[in-house]
Design a protein around this ligand. Sequence first.
Ligand code: GLC
Length: 462
Amino acid sequence: MLSILLAVGLFQASGPLQEPAYQPTWESLNGHDTPQWFKDAKFGIFIHWGVYSVPAFCDTSTYSEWYQYWCDSGAHDGLERSFHARNYGEDFQYRDFAPLFKAEMWDPEEWADILQRSGARYMVLTSKHHDGFCLWPNQEASLARGYPWNSVETGPGRDLVGELLEACKAKGVRPGLYYSFMEWHNPLYENDKARYVDEVMIPQIQELFQKYQPQVFWPDGEWDHPDNLWKSREILAWIYNHAEDPELLAVNDRWGKGLRGQVGDYSTTEYGSLGNSSGKGMRAMRPFEECRGIGHSFAFNRAENYDIYASRTRCVRELIDLVSKGGALLLDIGPTADGRIPVIMQDRLFAIGRWLEINGEAIYGTTRSPFQKAPAWGRVTAKDSVLYCHVQEWPLDERLEISGLRSKIRSARVLGGRKDSLPVTGGPGAWAVELAGEYPLEHATVIRLELEEIPEVTTSKS
Ligand code: GLC
């Protein structure tokens, strides 16, 4: 097996050859445990930033990071294509946007501060999206295309990956990198995918890990080809065998056509759907992460108006809903080409952060609701012998009914509330918490129930 890794240049034989911990088989690779920090984190920030942030335009139903593809394909009745011709001219090529991607107002420390204030525990930056432009000084990107195609040789003139990940680590936000397997307009990708994988993809991924040691690795753009073509198993074995601390590393499930939900450390969904996935393994009880923008796009889309952006309450309740189902939220922001996070996106992140300052214990480190069905008044999360009732519909009679809980409630109180404890009435299967004297907080009010034991619920479907 080692010969395969040597063949693809993944291993440089140095020192005594010993059996690596991980072999390039899904059986071996799936033996890697999802790190506990990732299971506990529950909330990350996705950042889609690149050359596509210059036009920052597409039909408001979809993703503006696909601008090049929408223009090439004449999608949306030619909306993007005619926008391009009108504003830049038909002879202006997508690659001509790169020098305009200046990031002249970019302050990585400011971004890291915003991410930290949001309450996010990790971040994932697009190191290279489907357009192949690298946000770090990668040579393979420029060599494969025959023109400067990274953020040091053109545009910002800076190592955006290096600076931002350093700033985030300093703020205690764990660093993550998105990386697209597929590329548009790369002659090597178009003419010889095997050479593209060996001469571009593998060296780029190795360089990302050797230079930046991300703790989250977020492959994407895998859906057209099987893992064999991408050499995914060899790459992931190399990553796990060479990571500074493989136990800290979390990778997603996007490693080859039809594999989502079955491989990697966690499953991914996107805007509530399985995306390009067969979804075959998505029912497995393992951590999952839902990613979505605050509007309809991952990268900044100047065509999106105020009404498209999710409200502060919608963002908070999205996080609560996902965590109550055993998942995490990777909420995306799309910065501008000059390096700013749009203020409406900052507003949503700060609203989540303020809510988490009071209610974080009901999110971080919790497990999915023990109930089969969500109660009418909201959602439930759990942590050992504590239940957190996230009340979104405040009961008019100021009485919170908790049906289906057999365990005895020892005490109850509102997180951030006025009173140290609230009266509990009823009995097993039909408890109630008297909320008189308390009042609903913005977005959701958490009632913390200390139980006599790990929650025991009735399994009836009712
Ligand atoms: C899809 C899109 C890509 C986006 C990703 C995020 O793969 O192609 O634009 O970055 O979803 O989940």
